[in-house]
Design a protein around this ligand. Structure first.
Ligand SMILES: [Zn+2]
Length: 381
């Protein structure tokens, strides 16, 4: 499909970092952007208005999970994913390649597609690349992802080569599906070696997708291997395409990837950490259950505009968490989402000012001080 309007506009750059706009059927998404994860059509514990308030403009839902429950037909009948979940922003769905890979022995891949047993009712399901794309279009998503075949860190060269060949074959088959207003992103695989990453990025980058994701990373590889693989991919991808790095969520990793030219991110970290009572701050992770916060009247982070920091003390939030109150999960999740939304806004401003490297140095310095070193208001008791 050749599109009449450009899908992605680069507004300014700082080194390799880009400040851009992704144009979806729902509207504009300012990049670099962070997409909160709403696997089952909900960012855990947060309602859509609250997610929007954190600065998120696009969320990631999961095609694989939604297709099993409640099913594509039901969501389509109810008007599509946006109206079903009452989310006014853009939606990207992951295709499920990663979920199928994670199922290990209960899923198998061949050139035809992926076969697995439903974890809900045990029935055998076969997904073909064409059907995965066509069904995401039926969900009404703004960005659909191709079906791919990731491999874990430590997989042999032979198996990696076979999975990468299959990913490329499937990408070409996905490309034949008419997607209408839904943008279709290819996924680069190629294991963990720079050479095979370059080959995969060159091939996927030339298939006329609306954007390209770098997949198959954050699967247990050491950080230097990850950075080298990202660099190799970005070098071989066309400038005009938005680049999405799947599954990366720590502040510094995101900033470094932005400086390498990545535009889009998603991660379960903000909501998953919240459920363990851990909050993200500019100085690193703050573990709220620690007794040092028991009588702390200060907010989770000074200057944060989230509902948790605007209304509640560390002492109260810690109490809610320890008492198992649902409100703790919601408020801590919102704080963490605001934290990442704020990080992306700062990154966009830094790129506009030509200062992305400066931002990375500043944030690295803050992180090196540690969350525990954050100045604490003196307790009133
Ligand atoms: Zn906050």
């Amino acid at each position: 499909v050749t599109r009449a309007e450009p899908v992605f506009t680069v507004l300014s750059s700082s080194g390799k970092a880009r400040r851009g706009v992704l144009h979806t059927a729902r509207g504009e998404v300012q990049t670099p952007t962070f997409m909160p994860v709403g696997t089952h059509g909900s960012v855990k514990a947060c309602d859509p208005g609250e997610v929007l308030g954190s600065g998120a403009e696009m969320i990631l839902a999961n095609f694989y999970h939604l297709s099993l429950r409640p099913g594509i037909d039901l969501i389509e009948d109810l008007g599509g994913i946006h109206s079903f979940m009452s989310w006014p922003g853009s939606v990207l769905t992951d295709s499920g390649g990663y979920q199928l890979f994670s199922l290990g022995h209960i899923a198998s891949f061949d050139d035809e597609g992926a076969t697995f047993r439903s974890p809900y009712d045990g029935r055998t399901i076969k997904l073909t690349p064409e059907r995965v794309v066509a069904d995401q279009v039926r969900l009404g998503v703004d960005v659909a992802m191709v079906l791919d075949h990731p491999v874990g860190f430590g997989t042999s060269e032979d198996l990696t080569a076979d999975a990468t060949r299959r990913t490329h074959l499937w990408a070409q088959r996905c490309r034949t599906v008419e997607t209408g207003k839904t943008l279709l992103f290819g996924i680069v695989q190629g294991g963990f070696a720079a050479g095979t990453r370059r080959e995969s990025a060159s091939l996927i980058g030339n298939l006329q997708f609306d954007g390209v994701a770098i997949g198959g990373l954050v699967l247990g590889e050491p950080a230097p291997v990850r950075y080298a693989a990202i660099k190799a991919c970005v070098e071989c991808l066309p400038e005009r395409l938005p680049r999405y790095l799947m599954g990366l969520g720590s502040d510094m990793e995101i900033l470094v990837a932005i400086s390498q030219g990545v535009d889009m991110f998603d991660c379960v970290l903000p909501t998953r950490l919240a459920r363990t009572g851990t909050v993200l701050t500019r100085r690193g992770r703050l573990v709220l259950r620690r007794s040092r916060y028991q009588k702390d009247p200060g907010p989770l982070e000074e200057g944060c505009s989230c509902p948790a920091c605007q209304g509640f003390s560390r002492a109260y939030l810690r109490h809610l968490y320890l008492a198992g109150e649902i409100l703790a999960h919601r408020l801590l999740s919102l704080h963490n989402l605001h934290h990442l939304g704020g990080l992306m806004a700062e990154a966009r401003r830094a790129i506009e000012a030509g200062e992305i490297d400066q931002l990375i140095r500043e944030r690295a310095l803050l992180l090196s001080q540690g969350a525990a070193s954050e100045p604490r208001p003196t307790s009133t008791t």
